[in-house]
Design a protein around this ligand. Structure first.
Ligand SMILES: [Zn+2]
Length: 403
C-alpha cells in the first residue's frame, strides 16, 4: 500500500512540481534583466563624463576643480546644443553655396570676357595722336569740327616770309589744304596790306585730324586754326623759343576790357580774317569782341563772324566752312547776321566779369567731376577708320598740297 501510494505520488506530483519550478526560473530571469542593464549604464556614465548623457548622471564638480577649470560649471547642454545646431546648420549654407555657386560659375566667365573686351577699347585720341604723317588719301574733312578726322592733310611750312609756326614738337600744323593755303595768304596779306609784322601760328590739327591727347575739343577735321595775338618778331625764332615763349594776353585785370598790348592793328587783322568768304567764324574773348564793337566804325558787316567765347585772349581761332569736295563734312549752325554787339555781348561780359566774393563763405560742396568716356572709333564717322589705316603720305607731298 505504502509502495503503491509512493509510486502514485511520484507519478503525479513530480511533473507538476518540475513545471512549477521551471516557470519560476523563467519569471526570475525576466525580472533580473532590466536591473542589470540599468547598472551597466550607471557605471559607464560615471566612468566617462564626456559622453553625451543627461546632466543628472554627472557628479557635481569639486570646488577646486571649479577654480582651476571654470568651464566645468558651464552646463554642457546649452554649450553643446548651439554647437550641434551649427553642425546641423552648416550643411545648409554649404548646400546653398554650392547651389548658388553653380549658377555664378556658369555666369562668371561671361563678365570676365566683357571686361577683357572693354580693356581692348582704345580711345580714338590715342590712335590719332600716334600718327605722325598724313593719310595718303584724297583731301577731305570728315565729320564735325569736334568729332571727325582729316584725310590727305596739307602741312603748313614751319616758316614763311609772313609767319612762323609755334610749338613744333606738338606736330599740329596739319590742315585741310584749303585752310593751309588760306593761312599763308592771310599772313602774307596782313603783312603787305595791314602793316602787321606777321603771324605766329598755333595749333591747326594733327596729321590725320581726330581727337587730341591734350587740349582742344575741336580742331579735328583740319578746318580750325589758332593764331597768336602776339605779333611776329622781326627775327626767326629758334626751335627752343617756339616751344617756350608764351603768348601775350590781351585781357585787362577787370576781365572785360583789353590791356595795353592791344594794338589798332589787331582790329585790322581780325577784320581781314573775317573778310574771307571761306571763313565761317572767328572766336575771341568777350573783352576783345567788345573792343572790336567800339573800334569797328561804320563798316560793321564783318563783325557778325567774330564770336565771343571763353579763353581766346592769347590767340584767336579761325574756323573755315566745309570746303567743296568734303561731302562727309558737317556744317555748324550759321552765326546770326547781326553784329553781336548788343544783348549777346552784354550777356557774355556779365559772364566773364569776376563776381565780388560773397560776404558769408558758402560751404563748398565737393562735386565729383563726371568722368567723360573718351571717344572711341565708334563715335567718329566710319570713314575715319580708313583714314587711320591708310598709308602715310610723304611730308613733301603734304607741304605741296598746301600751296
Ligand atoms: Zn582753337
Amino acid at each position: 500500500m505504502n509502495l503503491q501510494m509512493g509510486e502514485a505520488m511520484h507519478r503525479t506530483v513530480f511533473p507538476v512540481l518540475s513545471i512549477f519550478v521551471l516557470t519560476m526560473l523563467v519569471l526570475a530571469a525576466v525580472a533580473v534583466a532590466p536591473v542589470h542593464a540599468q547598472n551597466q549604464t550607471q557605471n559607464s556614465a560615471q566612468g566617462d563624463p564626456s559622453q553625451d548623457k543627461p546632466a543628472g548622471f554627472l557628479p557635481p564638480p569639486s570646488a577646486a576643480a571649479v577654480k582651476e577649470l571654470p568651464w566645468l560649471t558651464e552646463k554642457p547642454t546649452p554649450a553643446k546644443r548651439p554647437a550641434a545646431k551649427k553642425a546641423t546648420a552648416k550643411p545648409a549654407p554649404v548646400d546653398t553655396k554650392t547651389a548658388t555657386t553653380v549658377v555664378p560659375d556658369k555666369a562668371k566667365p561671361e563678365p570676365k570676357k566683357k571686361k577683357k573686351a572693354k580693356k581692348k577699347i582704345v580711345p580714338a585720341k590715342k590712335l590719332f595722336g600716334a600718327k605722325t604723317r598724313a593719310a595718303d588719301l584724297r583731301p577731305r574733312a570728315i565729320g564735325f569740327y569736334s568729332k571727325g578726322c582729316l584725310a590727305g592733310a596739307a602741312r603748313l611750312p614751319d616758316d614763311g616770309k609772313a609767319w612762323q609756326a609755334m610749338r613744333l614738337s606738338r606736330n599740329r600744323h596739319w590742315g585741310h589744304p584749303k585752310l593751309v593755303a588760306l593761312l599763308q595768304r592771310f599772313a602774307t596779306e596782313v603783312q603787305e596790306k595791314d602793316n602787321w609784322p606777321g603771324l605766329l601760328m598755333g595749333d591747326i590739327a594733327q596729321p590725320r585730324g581726330g581727337p587730341m591727347l591734350t587740349g582742344h575739343a575741336s580742331h579735328q577735321i583740319g578746318l580750325d586754326a589758332d593764331i597768336w595775338l602776339t605779333p611776329m618778331p622781326n627775327r626767326k625764332l629758334t626751335r627752343k623759343e617756339r616751344e617756350n615763349i608764351s603768348a601775350t594776353s590781351m585781357l585787362a585785370a577787370d576781365k572785360v576790357n583789353v590791356n595795353e598790348h592791344w594794338k589798332p592793328g589787331h582790329v585790322k587783322i581780325l577784320k581781314r580774317a573775317a573778310s574771307y568768304r571761306s571763313v565761317e567764324r572767328i572766336l575771341v574773348h568777350p573783352a576783345i569782341k567788345g573792343k572790336l564793337c567800339k573800334e569797328a566804325g561804320a563798316d560793321r558787316k564783318w563783325l557778325y563772324k567774330v564770336r565771343p567765347y571763353w579763353g581766346h585772349h592769347y590767340h584767336f581761332h579761325i574756323r573755315m566752312k566745309c570746303p567743296a569736295g568734303s561731302p562727309g563734312c558737317r556744317a555748324q549752325k550759321p552765326v546770326r547776321a547781326d553784329d553781336g554787339c548788343g544783348k549777346e555781348l552784354t550777356w557774355w561780359l556779365k559772364r566773364v566779369k569776376p563776381k565780388p566774393p560773397p560776404k558769408v563763405k558758402p560751404k563748398k560742396k565737393k562735386k565729383k567731376a563726371k568722368k567723360r568716356r573718351p571717344k572711341t572709333m565708334d563715335d567718329l564717322p566710319a570713314e575715319c577708320r580708313r583714314v587711320l589705316a591708310a598709308r602715310s603720305s610723304t611730308v613733301e607731298a603734304a607741304l605741296k598740297r598746301g600751296k
